[in-house]
Design a protein around this ligand. Structure first.
Ligand code: KIV
Length: 278
């Protein structure tokens, strides 16, 4: 059974760090779920790392639904969250509700929305009061990369940190069950985490957040267009894929793949018939 929101929130009270990873396909989701990760996020980062788009703003609802369905089929134990893509939640409250429901129907247990505004607070209240759990996302918010002027650290001084805390408290009061804090000094995310009832999940936010999230392709060493300073690479799947594909090509070219063991054989009598065929 998948973990409940209450269980995730209790981890903060118990001082247990919350583990979160992104997933975009069935088999990766299945293995990270079996590894025991607490929450799995179908992040809109899939736009870049799985679909090769330039920005996260390039992905739409239809694509998010397909990927959420695939991931959901692999997840038994973790709480599954799906990102609401760019322009799926900024225009109309009822449209947002419909889009969130589509992701829930695709198998997500909750949705995540980036940023903060009066409009968004109102929308989050509408969703949470109607049974859709929402995760917030503050600090660096990739959808706003154009207005933020690039991958810039947020909350870089006391005043900015207090501003982000105020935003986080508004999200908490609107009903968010957790908040991602991206790209900010560790003292800032500590200050914010200590003042919230709900868990904070850091990405480039330092060790004092209540949990951590990584883009799985960064962790696995599979995406090489951009390597954030905060991402720890535990493997180099890129090299593994390159080497395995090279070995395969060599084996085919040298006639050693497929071998007899990897082939199907006709009965000897049938072989004789073919040999005698004129
Ligand atoms: O899309 C994503 O992967 C995210 C994480 C960076 C939290 O939002």
């Amino acid at each position: 059974m998948r973990k409940s929101i209450q269980k995730i929130q209790n981890f903060k009270k118990e001082g247990k760090k919350i583990t979160v990873l992104t997933a975009y396909d069935y088999s990766t989701a299945k293995y990270i779920d079996q590894a025991g990760v607490d929450m799995i996020l179908v992040g809109d980062s899939l736009a870049q790392v799985a679909l090769g788009y330039e920005n996260t703003t390039d992905i739409g609802m239809d694509e998010m639904i397909v990927f959420t369905k695939a991931v959901s089929r692999g997840v038994e134990n973790a709480l599954l969250i799906a990102d609401m893509p760019f322009m799926s939640f900024q225009i109309d409250k009822n449209e947002t509700m419909k889009n969130a429901c589509k992701l829930i129907k695709a198998g997500a247990n909750a949705v995540k929305m980036e940023g903060i505004s009066d409009y968004l607070i109102d929308t989050i209240k509408h969703l949470t009061q109607n049974g859709i759990p929402v995760m917030g996302h503050l600090g660096f918010t990739p959808m706003s990369i154009n207005s933020l002027g690039g991958h810039k650290i947020q909350g870089k001084d006391a005043d900015r940190t207090i501003d982000i805390l105020k935003d986080a408290l508004r999200l908490q009061n609107a009903g968010c069950f957790a908040i991602v804090l991206e790209l900010m000094p560790l003292q800032s995310s500590q200050f914010i985490s200590q003042r919230l009832r709900i868990p904070t999940i850091g990405i480039g936010g330092g060790k004092f957040c209540d949990g951590q999230v990584l883009v799985s392709d960064d962790m696995l060493g599979k995406y090489d267009r951009f390597k954030p300073k905060f991402a720890r690479q535990y493997s180099s799947l890129k090299d593994i894929i390159l080497n395995v594909a090279k070995a395969y090509c060599q084996d085919v070219e040298n006639g050693v793949f497929p071998s007899i063991k990897e082939s199907f054989s006709l009965d000897i009598k049938e072989i004789e018939k073919l040999e005698n065929y004129r």
